[in-house]
Ligand binder design. Structure first.
Ligand code: GAR
Length: 189
């Protein structure tokens, strides 16, 4: 049995997609979904999907070993950040070295770093008249969006693209590729 812990801060559509993708696979379990945001849409999705949700504070994350210990106790093979907006602290990275991955809604190293998330990314891409954007799935280190790339794929940015329409294209690509990349990584453990 392979186990995953998911981390999310927002709406949680990727969490839902990943949970649905593995629902009928007895070899993969979503052990828990962690969120730093008690108002996050992901919590409703967890309830609907029957997923265990854990709400934690920034203080728990940055000033204690509480979250590291909780994830350790779940015996997970992989920690997946799916729309998670906090920088992951050193104690967590150290414990789960090369076992934490993130999805970013752009072609890193472009449009990454602090403050570059969700619609901010798409607004910047359109403002700079980019012809393409995409998704990047990468390992996580102590710096925002800087770990080694695992997978990247492009989407076209149309002349009349809006941040909303681009977000939709990017999400579609994320739903298609993220679970498959996770499955591939798990099969290598
Ligand atoms: C996704 O597009 C993800 O790539 C992005 O947030 C969105 C979350 O959507 N992540 C980042 O911007 C991280 N820097 P969701 O909550 O509906 O899955």
């Amino acid at each position: 049995m392979k186990r995953i812990a998911l981390f999310a801060s927002g709406n949680g559509t990727n969490v839902q997609r990943i949970a649905e993708y593995f629902k009928d696979n007895p070899g993969v379990e979503i052990s828990a979904v962690f969120t730093n945001n008690p108002n996050a849409g992901v919590l409703k999705r967890c309830a609907a999907l029957g997923l265990t949700a854990v709400i934690f504070t920034k203080n728990d994350f940055y000033n204690s070993n509480k979250i590291v210990d909780m994830v350790k106790a779940l015996n997970v093979d992989l920690v997946v950040l799916a729309g998670f907006l906090l920088l992951v602290p050193g104690n967590f990275i150290k414990e789960f070295k090369n076992r934490i991955i993130n999805i970013h809604p752009a072609l890193l190293p472009k449009y990454g770093g602090k403050g570059m998330y969700g619609h901010h990314v798409h607004e910047a891409v359109i403002k700079n008249k980019e012809k393409k954007s995409g998704i990047t799935i990468h390992y996580v280190n102590e710096h925002y969006d800087e770990g080694q790339t695992i997978f990247q794929t492009e989407v076209t940015v149309a002349d009349n693209e809006t941040p909303e329409s681009l977000a939709e294209k990017i999400h579609k690509s994320e739903y298609e590729h993220f679970p498959v990349v996770i499955e591939k990584l798990l099969s290598g453990f």
